[in-house]
Write a protein that binds this ligand. Sequence first.
Ligand SMILES: C[C@H](O)[C@H](O)[C@H]1CNC2=NC(N)=NC(=O)C2=N1
Length: 99
Amino acid sequence: MAERLAAEARKQALGGIPGWSEVGGRDAIAKTFVFKDFNEAFGFMTRAALVAEKMDHHPEWRNVYKTVEVVLSTHDAGGVTALDIELAKAMNAIAKLTA
Ligand SMILES: C[C@H](O)[C@H](O)[C@H]1CNC2=NC(N)=NC(=O)C2=N1
């Protein structure tokens, strides 16, 4: 099972994934993606869902029109692991293709 990242490792990893930050009050990372319209937001979610399922690592997320709020945490580990960093990177790459 993936291990929780220590605070220092988490901060360093976050430096390499633009737009992601630590969530207050829990061991998780978050980013709010804003797209042109609902079609682009949902296209992003569809692509990200396929990657997440392949990784067997699933986001907490919420969509309102063109905005997608994402929180990543490894529930089995009780915090942020390398899996969250990997999925965050993949989501940034997908968002670049979508925008
Ligand atoms: C049984 C299954 O592999 C686990 O429940 C997986 C599924 N997706 C998951 N997603 C996330 N974000 N954290 C987990 O701990 C997790 N565990």
